[in-house]
Design a protein around this ligand. Structure first.
Ligand code: ADP
Ligand code: ADP
Length: 234
């Protein structure tokens, strides 16, 4: 599980049919791959993610998940299998452990929570906080990147086949820059789960880690390749 195929996808927002947000998008992501989507604001990255989460139906073309048309899949099941971490994840005024557990329906124990925190490279800063896991989450205590890693831990705890990450643009701190690389590598090297990762990338380090980079412009894919392939072309 975790194979994603987009076949000639087009999409126009109902309020803005004259300007398609996506046109003729074709690509495939294999289980275990880390794929970065890059492009300027307005190029269609979020729209693409919205279609994968089935917030909208494509105007044309078809999306297949493990060979099945996405429109035939149960939405609830689909959203269980796809972990989505947005740019500014919401944390609750509760301890971090509860924040990581939030929304998880399967039976978990503290060890699972610690595993998820470790995979998301959140364990180090968590243990350095006053009172560690017991600390009430105070927004000011954490950087945007750190909050996002807590949200990644939350998503991983649910054991998704596909992880979609919209990388934080706020707080481009060095610590998060370094650690997100580790997170992506850890997820990829976990051969047991073979999770697919789709990341809307804003950081060079993320792009360097990705197996494949999809470059978008004006709702179209303009380039696809590995980091070194794209460098050679430039
Ligand atoms: P980003 O580049 O991070 O996607 P945007 O500034 O493009 O951020 O979009 C922010 C929000 O505004 C998104 O939820 C997007 O769906 C919405 N949005 C963007 N363009 C339009 C538009 N023309 N009409 C209505 N909503 C829009
Ligand atoms: P990105 O994520 O790369 O910034 P988006 O997918 O948000 O790009 O936007 C792609 C295009 O769709 C842009 O022209 C944007 O203005 C438009 N758009 C995004 N969201 C909406 C919306 N809710 N309604 C109408 N147009 C939108």
């Amino acid at each position: 599980m975790g194979n994603i195929e987009l076949l000639n996808i087009s999409f126009s927002y109902p309020s803005r049919t004259a300007v398609p947000a996506l046109q003729h998008i074709n690509f495939q992501v294999h289980p275990g791959e880390v794929v970065a989507i890059v492009g300027l604001s307005g190029s269609g990255k979020s729209t693409l993610v919205n279609l994968l989460l089935r917030l909208y139906e494509p105007t044309g073309g078809e999306i297949l998940i493990d060979g099945y048309p996405i429109k035939d899949l149960d939405v609830k099941w689909l959203r269980e299998r796809i972990g989505y971490v947005g740019q500014e994840p919401r944390l609750f005024r509760a301890d971090i452990s509860s924040n990581i557990r939030y929304g998880c329906t399967r039976v978990i124990n503290q060890k699972d929570v610690e595993w998820a925190a470790k995979q998301a490279y959140a364990h180090e800063f968590i243990s350095s906080l006053p009172n560690g896991y017991q600390t009430l989450v105070d927004d000011d205590l954490l950087s945007g990147g750190q909050k996002q890693r807590i949200a990644i831990a939350r998503a991983l705890l649910r054991d998704p086949d596909i992880l979609i990450l919209d990388e934080a643009t706020s707080a481009l701190d060095a610590e998060s820059e370094h650690n997100i690389k580790g997170v992506l590598r850890a997820i990829r090297s976990d051969l047991k789960t073979k999770r697919t990762v789709l990341v809307i990338a804003h950081r060079l380090s993320t792009i360097q880690v990705a197996d494949k980079i999809i470059v978008m412009e004006g709702g179209k894919i303009v380039e696809v390749g590995s980091h070194s392939e794209l460098l050679i072309k430039d």
